[in-house]
Write a protein that binds this ligand. Sequence first.
Ligand SMILES: NC(=O)c1ccc[n+]([C@@H]2O[C@H](COP(=O)([O-])OP(=O)(O)OC[C@H]3O[C@@H](n4cnc5c(N)ncnc54)[C@H](OP(=O)(O)O)[C@@H]3O)[C@@H](O)[C@H]2O)c1
Length: 239
Amino acid sequence: MSKVRKSRVLVIGGTRGAGLLIARLLHQRGYQVRVLARNLAAAAAELGHSFEVVAGDLTKAETLPAAVADVDHIIFTAGAPSGRYAPERLVKATDYQGVVDTLAAARRAGFHGRFVYLNSIGIGTSSLAGTLINLLKRNTLVWRRRVEDDIRASDLDYTIIRVGFLLNRPAGERAVVVGQDALPLAPRNRIARADVADAFVEAMEHPHASRTTFEIVWGKGARQGSWNSLLDRLRPDPR
Ligand SMILES: NC(=O)c1ccc[n+]([C@@H]2O[C@H](COP(=O)([O-])OP(=O)(O)OC[C@H]3O[C@@H](n4cnc5c(N)ncnc54)[C@H](OP(=O)(O)O)[C@@H]3O)[C@@H](O)[C@H]2O)c1
């Protein structure tokens, strides 16, 4: 009996935080998972033998072609480190140029899958929290807004998921709001990393998530409805 091969997914940012949860969830669901890592030994120790770990660094474009070769989908959650100062040079190299170089490497490799990109809410709506984050991680929201235009202008299939403040809490505890308006960055607009992981894995192959941009934050009360039904309502971005 022939066995159907599950898709191979590259997770960029899969060594920590939301990206690590996404990599583990993909593996649990039977996908082949490749993780890009700056520190191979640390990533291999964290992930174990059933993950493929490839060396790479977003600020070194020449390391990206090997990572994107022969993958069916790419999930990108990497970013300049949160919670501490990052100069604009590093922010631009990671949050902007790193994405642009990944898209270019994927195109050159003949990639035909979906590029699923994690962005922050608040990239187009001014707020006190957004101003403070732009001061700490210099202009990160400006570069992250600009990179969305590059993703939409590329000829690749994509899904852009903007997330609220990230918390380390279990998935499924709270209602989730999936919206296509621009929420401000504010502490009330938050969500668990584990819910974000569910959203990425569900959106990656959901037909209605193709060429869409949407935002996810916790709503009020308990979870109702499946991710599938939430994503069914998405509208594609204007061309
Ligand atoms: N914290 C929040 O509330 C919040 C809100 C909205 C959006 N975000 C964004 O959400 C994403 C996930 O956040 P998180 O806190 O869960 O994870 P995180 O701890 O910020 O992890 C960042 C990931 O990016 C990778 N990375 C950074 N620079 C890289 C480079 N030059 N080359 C390759 N990989 C690189 C890191 O790899 P290493 O292990 O090698 O460092 C790590 O895997 C980030 O992009 C963050 O900016 C965060």
